[in-house]
Write a new protein. Structure first.
Length: 288
């Protein structure tokens, strides 16, 4: 269940319904870290799905440490590679991450390479004789909205896992056969416990920027847009064809009036406009 924000004129949400939805989401997400750890324990191979635009920001260092301690095989999957110029990625961000594959579920780039890497890695794993299934399990982990379900669908060649643009769309554990010998395990996206905060500005902005917090759920959308403008002002201004002089308030004001997002007194609905910007950003409409 997810809170929806409408970008048409005149629609409002009942605050009590939204509050109940937020409580439900918070309760469900509290279960995710234990679920992710369970998937690591169940799996022979781990696919850590990272956003190619934000590799460092979407690494789950807590789970990576757990994977190392359990001597599990790991493959780093850099998804959304179509949204960035790969040549501009800093070498220090990826030098230690191996094996790795750049993937785009939109253009289907890297699907075959990833599939082959999984197969090659599986050949190095010996299953216990008493394993009744006698199958290799590959668990898919990652931050919310990095595209884990889309990766699975790309690998199997058909829609097998639910896909959504909102953070945390996948609920629970889903298993899908990759081959007769390999099973993929999908999981809900999680933010490490020590990183999650509803008050830390840096954490809120970072997680919203990478899509780990949905544009519809973030508490302070104008603040996040302000932080985005500090880093990507030229990208945002070019996308909306607005000269905002690097100022988020000017961007929101002009865009809000363009879209007709107005409140009483002819004032721009800043919250609604900021959420539209974050929605466009998270759904890949704004390219770096």
């Amino acid at each position: 269940m997810k809170t929806r924000h409408s970008f048409s004129k005149g629609k409002r949400h009942d605050s009590s319904v939204i509050t109940r939805q937020k409580r439900y989401i918070k309760k469900e997400k509290a279960k995710y870290p234990a679920l992710a750890e369970k998937i690591v324990q169940m799996s022979d191979i781990i696919l850590e799905v990272l956003d190619a635009r934000f590799i460092r920001e979407t690494r789950n260092l807590e789970l990576e440490e757990s994977i190392r301690k359990q001597n599990k095989k790991i493959i780093y999957v850099f998804n959304k590679a179509d949204l960035i110029d790969i040549k501009k990625i800093k070498e220090e961000d990826i030098a230690s991450l191996s094996p790795k594959v750049f993937v785009s579920c939109i253009t289907r780039k890297g699907g075959k390479e990833l599939r082959n890497k999984i197969k090659i890695t599986s050949y190095t794993i010996k299953k216990p004789v008493d394993n009744s299934l006698n199958k290799i399990t590959a668990g898919v982990i990652g931050y919310p909205n990095t595209g884990k379900s889309s990766i699975i669908n790309l690998l199997v060649g058909k829609p097998s896992a639910g896909i959504g643009a909102d953070a945390g769309f996948t609920k629970g554990i889903q298993k899908v056969n990759l081959t007769s010998d390999i099973v993929l395990i999908d999981s809900p996206g999680i933010i490490p416990d020590k990183e999650y905060s509803d008050s830390n500005r840096s954490a809120i902005s970072r997680h919203t920027k990478v899509g780990a917090r949905s544009y519809s759920q973030v508490k302070y959308p104008e603040m996040v847009v302000s932080d985005l403008m500090k880093e990507f002002s030229s990208v945002l201004e070019k996308h909306y064809s607005i000269n905002a002089e690097g100022n988020s308030e000017i961007l929101i004001e002009i865009l809000g009036r363009k879209k007709g997002f107005l409140k009483k007194g002819n004032e721009v609905d800043e919250d609604k406009t900021a959420r539209l910007i974050l929605k466009d950003w998270q759904e890949g409409r704004i390219r770096k």
